[in-house]
Each structure stands twice: as structure tokens, then as C-alpha cells.
Design a protein around this ligand. Structure first.
Ligand code: AMP
Length: 413
């Protein structure tokens, strides 16, 4: 059934029933809903110099997790298991360990998880399994807030579904829409997109082969809320069949998000994995500088040290970020910029060059802070301070990933 015919009173009586059911769980999801706060990382909380200091990062042993399942326990299609081994995954991460059994059982899932937790594979593996079991009939739609994250998810799909004849399409802004229209006509098994572009395509009559979509993934819902994407996302969801499995991931669970998810999900299983979200395993310090010229001098001094191997520098404004990358290049550093004024292919190229180690320094606006999985970033430097704690935690979370040590510095005046 196409739900676009549904009345705008999106919740209806099902909403009340579900709310009641969910009260039986004492999950963090419900607790947050009743408490209604954003917790320690509320954007409104004040940033002080102390926010940017952590001289005793937690050790990796303290962070380690012993899974209750092996990948073999999930009884995934043998080719998926082969692809997993090729990728070098041996044990499931906490989110994979807890979420995959529920997802395989067809349940709706809310994962309170940040990037770095392994959440991508937690939904990608069961979706591939479902596709294969249904002989490629059960399709999936994945909505993410950023183009880069969408690209990253597509890359992971390709790796895990290698030689399984699963076709994915990327529907994001900044890339040729005609090509995306053409690809949608070929009924890909998995569509991965950002809300604005997906809505645009649907409005132009490309319905994503909606009746086949039996799994919907909403990734980084908190970020979607921040950029005002929830209305577009609601528009897209209304074009999908009512009966579907929904999997939602968010690093935080503020009231707007719980209200939004209440309307979408049926008796969801809530899984909370927030260990490294606070960046407690990342060494953090401040650097005092009186002027912009001082900051630059100090930055150059730092970058000249050998152990600053792969450095992500955050700036506030697009132009400032570009100028800083140019200045660093002029000073003999291998640097590239990524910001909203670059075209999507330029952004992708810059990111690839940094990921592959062809350039040593990536200077970025917050476009690069969320969701991106860049291996082995040795240092994050906040040349300009972030505006909120959340933004800060997301920025520094680009280092210290996958059990590696991480160091973050923030310039203060
Ligand atoms: P994600 O949170 O999905 O962005 O994943 C963060 C990083 O962890 C990525 O580099 C993944 O390739 C990696 N990763 C995810 N799951 C596992 C696993 N079970 N074993 C090893 N690495 C993993």
C-alpha cells in the first residue's frame, strides 16, 4: 500500500498503542523520552577550556568488549561470511553483536550509536542476507544526512555483497540527477540517498520501486534533525509501504527524535552503544594563541613534527578553510580542503586523497565531522572552536578509531 494516501495525522491510534507497549521496556530510549533531555552533550551547554582537555585518556582495555556471538552464529549466507573474512572482521562489535539478531528476526531497531561503533555493518549484513533469501525481491532504502556518509555506506555494501549480484544506487545532491534517474529505472536492490535529492527524485516521478522496499534505514537521525531534514524524510517515508522493517540509528535521542521515531516504528528493540561517543579514549588538550597569526605560527610548528602523520583540521568558515589549506600548501605541507563550496566530485576526490594517504592534511568545515570513517587519523586540530559539545565530540571522534590512539588539540584565545 502506498502510504501517501494516509492522512497527515501520521500517528493515528497506532501511536497510542505503541507508546503503551514501549513503556514496558526500561530502555535508555524510553528513559530519554520521559526525561526529555539531550544529556551531557546538549548543544546548549556551555563550552569552556576544560571541555577540550583530557589528559588521561581511557585505555583500550577498558573499552574492549567481549561479544556474545560469533559471526558464524548469525548464520549469514556463506558468501557474506567469505566477504566478512576478506574485510578482516573477526568478532562482531557491540552494536553488531546486539543488533544483528534482532534485525535478522525482522524487528524494528533503534540503535543509539555513534560512528565508529560498527553500525554500518550492523544493518548492511542483515539487509544483504534478506535480499539473498528473498531471491533479490526484498529491497532496501537507506537515508543518510550527508553525501559522504551515503558514499561510505555504498562502499561497504559493495564490499560485503561482492559477487552476489546486488545493485546499489547512490541518490545524493551534487551528482548528476539524470544518471540517478536512469539508474532508478533499472530497479536497484538498494537505494542510498540524502533526503533532499530523494525527495526531488520522487517529486519528479521516480518512486524508488517503493512496493519492493521492505527495509528502511535512517542513519544519523540526530544529524538529520540538526540540518532540518526530518520533514523531507517524512515525505519520503510516506511513499513507502506501511509494512516494512525500520532500522534507525542516532547518536542522541532528543524529544523531537523520539516523537519522530514513535510514529515510524513498531515495538522497536532499543540498543544503546555509546561508549566512545564522549571521546574519553582520546587525549585532548588546548593550545593558547593570542591572534590568528599566532595560531597559524603554532599550527605550522605542530605540523612540522613527525608524529603529526595524518591530520584533520577543522575550521568554521568555508573561505577560511580554503585559505588555510592554501597557506599550508604554500608552506610546503601536503594539504587539501573540503567544504560546502566544493562540488561533490571535488569533495569526494579530496576525501579519497586523504583517506589513501596521498595528502597528509585535510582542512575541513563540519561537513567532514559526521559519520566519516577515515582510517588512522593521528590528530584532530580545531583551528576554530566548535559551537557545541556535540560538534566537538563528533570532530574529535575522527581520530582514535578502531582501537587506535587519538589526539585532539583545540585553539583557545
Ligand atoms: P562504522 O561505525 O560503521 O562507521 O565503522 C567504524 C569502523 O569500524 C570501520 O572502519 C569499519 O570497517 C570498522 N569495523 C566495523 N565492524 C568491525 C568489526 N566487526 N571488526 C573490525 N572492524 C570493524
Amino acid at each position: 500500500m502506498n502510504t501517501s494516501t494516509r492522512k497527515p495525522s501520521y500517528r493515528g491510534s497506532r501511536f497510542a498503542k505503541r507508546t503503551q507497549t514501549k513503556r514496558h521496556h526500561s530502555s535508555p530510549y524510553n528513559r530519554t523520552r520521559r526525561g526529555g533531555g539531550r544529556g551531557r552533550y546538549a548543544s546548549s551547554s556551555k563550552l569552556t577550556d576544560a571541555t577540550f582537555i583530557n589528559k588521561n585518556p581511557r585505555t583500550q582495555e577498558e573499552e574492549s568488549y567481549t561479544p556474545t556471538h560469533t559471526f558464524a552464529d548469525f548464520k549469514l549466507h556463506p558468501q557474506i561470511t567469505t566477504n566478512l573474512a576478506k574485510k578482516g572482521y573477526i568478532h562482531p562489535t557491540r552494536i553488531q553483536d546486539t543488533a544483528i539478531p534482532h534485525i535478522l528476526a525482522g524487528k524494528d531497531v533503534v540503535g543509539i550509536a555513534n560512528t565508529g561503533s560498527g553500525k554500518t555493518a550492523a544493518f548492511v549484513l542483515p539487509i544483504i542476507n534478506k535480499l539473498i533469501k528473498s531471491q533479490h525481491k526484498e529491497h532496501a532504502l537507506i537515508i543518510t544526512p550527508t553525501r559522504e556518509l551515503a558514499q561510505q555506506i555504498q562502499d561497504e555494501f559493495r564490499e560485503f555483497s561482492h559477487s552476489m549480484k546486488i545493485y546499489t544506487t547512490l541518490c545524493v545532491g551534487g551528482l548528476n540527477i539524470r544518471r540517478q534517474m536512469k539508474e532508478l529505472k533499472r530497479n536497484p536492490h538498494v537505494v542510498i540517498g540524502t533526503p533532499g535529492r530523494l525527495k526531488d527524485l520522487i517529486t519528479r516521478g521516480y518512486t524508488l520501486n517503493a512496493e519492493r522496499i521492505t527495509t528502511l534505514v535512517l542513519d544519523e537521525v540526530d544529524h538529520m534533525l540538526d540540518i532540518g531534514f526530518l520533514p523531507d524524510t517524512t515525505f519520503i517515508i510516506k511513499t513507502l509501504p506501511e509494512k516494512k522493517q525500520s532500522l534507525c540509528f542516532s547518536a542522541t535521542m532528543q524529544p523531537e527524535i523520539t516523537r519522530f521515531l514513535d510514529a515510524l516504528l513498531t515495538e522497536p528493540q532499543t540498543i544503546s552503544v555509546r561508549t566512545s561517543e564522549r571521546g574519553e579514549h582520546i587525549a585532548q588538550d588546548i593550545i593558547r594563541a593570542r591572534s590568528e597569526a599566532d595560531k597559524l605560527k603554532e599550527l605550522i610548528r605542530m605540523l612540522s613534527q613527525q608524529h603529526f602523520e595524518k591530520v584533520l583540521i577543522f575550521g568554521a568558515m568555508k573561505r577560511g578553510v580554503q585559505n588555510l589549506a592554501n597557506t599550508l600548501t604554500k608552506n610546503g605541507f601536503s594539504a587539501i580542503a573540503i567544504h560546502g563550496n566544493k562540488t561533490q566530485p571535488q569533495r569526494q576526490r579530496a576525501l579519497d586523497a586523504f583517506k589513501k594517504g596521498k595528502v597528509k592534511i585535510l582542512v575541513a568545515t563540519d561537513v567532514a565531522a559526521r559519520g566519516l570513517d577515515i582510517p588512522n587519523v593521528s590528530h584532530v586540530i580545531n583551528f576554530d572552536q566548535p559551537k557545541t559539545r556535540e560538534e566537538y565530540v563528533h570532530r574529535i571522534g575522527r581520530t582514535g578509531r578502531a582501537g587506535k590512539p587519538g589526539q585532539a588539540y583545540t585553539f583557545v584565545s
